[in-house]
Design a protein around this ligand. Structure first.
Ligand code: ATP
Ligand code: MG
Length: 337
C-alpha cells in the first residue's frame, strides 16, 4: 500500500547480476519514492547502478541479471507481483523508458507513424485508425516535429527528434512515469537544452513524473525537483535540488559536486578529482561502501552499513556522520579515535 502523494514507491530493491566472476550487487536494498509530477535526477559515477535501477523499475532486467527482492509500488500495485503478461501491458502505457540511443529502440524499417500506431493498437485495440493517427500527429506536433514527418523513417530524423519520438511513445498512452537514461547525452548542447525544456513542459502539461539519469549535474540543477545520489549500488543521499547544491551532506555528494566546473569557459579552473575509484560490486567494501575513499572516515564506517535516514525534513543521508552509534568514535580495538 502506498502513500497517496506518491506515484511510485521502491522498497528494499535488490538487483544482482550473476556473472562468472561472482554475483554483482548492482542495486542493494534501495528504497525511495517518487511524487506525482516530480522530476527526480539520479546521479553518480559510472557503474554505480543507475541504469540497473531504472531498468528494474520497468522490470526490464535481462539475464544474467535478476531482481532478487523488493517491492515496486505504482497505483497501489506491486509490479513485482504481476505476471510478465500483465507487466507488458503496463510497460509503455504506465511507465516508459528512453535511452541514450533511440535507434536501438526504434525499428529502422518502420515509419514513425507505424511505431506510434502499433503502440496504440497493442494497448487500445478498439481505437479506430483515423483517430489514432490524428492523436499521434497532434502529439508529434506538440513535441515540435512537423506533422508530415510522421511518415519518415527513424534515420531521416535528427537525434533530438528521435528522442522526442521516444517520448511521444510514452505520452501517446498517457504514461505517468518516464525514466530517461542518459537520454540527452548524445545531443549537442543547444538541442539538449531544448529537449530538457520540453521535458519540463511535458511534466507541467501532462503531470507525469520523470526520472532523469544523467552525468550532467548542471542539467539536474536546471530541471530536477529532487536529486538522488547513487554510490556502489546504494542511494546515499536524496534531497530537494537546491538544498543539495547549497549544502551537500554525504561526503560522496560533496566530492561529486566539487568535480563539476563552476565556470564552464574558464579552462584554467582546477577541478577536484575524487581519489580512488568506485569498488568492484562483486566484492564491495564492508560497512559503508564509500569508506575507502571518504575524507571523513571513522572506525565504524568499515564495520557497519549506515541506513538512509532523514536528517532534516525531506533530506535523507546514508552516512555515519549523521547517525548515532555506541561505537561511533571507537576503533576495533576499543580505543577512541
Ligand atoms: N548485463 C550485465 N551483466 C553483468 N554485470 C552488469 C550488467 N549490466 C550492468 N552490470 C554491472 O552492474 C553495475 C551497475 O551498472 P549500471 O549500468 O547500472 O551502472 P550506471 O550507473 O548506469 O553506469 P553508467 O553511468 O556508466 O551508465 C556495474 O558494476 C556493471 O558492471
Ligand atoms: Mg547507465
Amino acid at each position: 500500500m502506498q502513500n497517496n502523494e506518491n506515484l511510485f514507491e521502491v522498497k528494499d530493491l535488490v538487483v544482482e547480476y550473476h556473472t562468472r566472476s561472482g554475483v554483482v550487487n548492482a542495486v542493494d536494498q534501495v528504497s525511495f519514492d517518487l511524487k506525482k509530477g516530480e522530476i527526480l535526477g539520479l546521479v553518480g559515477e559510472s557503474g554505480c547502478g543507475k541504469s540497473t535501477l531504472g531498468k528494474a523499475m520497468m522490470r526490464m532486467i535481462a539475464k544474467p541479471g535478476k531482481i532478487s527482492s523488493g517491492e515496486l509500488w505504482i497505483n497501489d500495485v506491486d509490479l513485482l507481483k504481476l505476471s510478465e503478461n500483465e507487466m507488458r501491458k503496463r510497460r509503455g502505457s504506465e511507465i516508459s523508458m528512453i535511452f541514450q540511443d533511440p535507434m536501438t529502440s526504434l525499428n529502422p524499417v518502420q515509419r514513425i507513424s507505424d511505431h506510434l500506431l502499433e503502440t496504440i493498437h497493442t494497448h487500445e485495440p478498439k481505437e479506430k485508425k483515423a483517430s489514432a493517427l490524428e492523436r499521434t500527429q497532434a502529439l508529434i506536433e506538440r513535441l515540435g516535429i512537423q506533422r508530415q514527418r510522421i511518415d519518415e523513417y527513424p534515420h531521416q530524423l535528427s537525434g533530438g527528434m528521435r528522442q522526442r519520438v521516444m517520448i511521444s511513445l510514452g505520452l501517446v498512452l498517457n504514461a505517468n512515469l518516464i525514466v530517461a537514461d542518459e537520454a540527452t547525452t548524445s545531443l549537442d548542447v543547444i538541442v539538449e537544452a531544448k529537449l530538457v525544456d520540453q521535458l519540463k513542459e511535458i511534466r507541467d502539461e501532462f503531470g507525469i513524473s520523470i526520472i532523469l539519469i544523467t552525468h550532467n549535474i548542471a542539467l539536474v540543477a536546471q530541471i530536477a525537483d529532487r536529486v538522488a545520489v547513487m554510490y556502489a549500488g546504494h542511494i546515499v543521499e536524496i534531497s530537494p535540488v537546491m538544498d543539495l547544491f547549497d549544502d551537500a551532506k554525504h561526503p560522496y555528494t560533496r566530492g561529486l559536486l566539487q568535480s563539476v566546473p563552476t565556470t564552464i569557459l574558464d579552462e584554467r579552473e582546477e577541478l577536484y578529482k575524487m581519489p580512488g575509484e568506485p569498488p568492484n560490486l562483486s566484492n564491495p567494501p564492508t560497512g559503508c561502501r564509500f569508506h575507502p575513499r571518504c575524507p571523513d572516515v571513522m572506525p565504524i564506517c568499515s564495520q557497519e552499513i549506515p541506513v538512509l535516514q532523514e536528517t532534516t525534513e525531506g533530506r535523507f543521508v546514508q552516512c555515519w556522520l549523521y547517525q548515532d552509534h555506541p561505537n561511533k568514535e571507537m576503533s576495533l580495538d576499543g580505543k577512541v579515535s
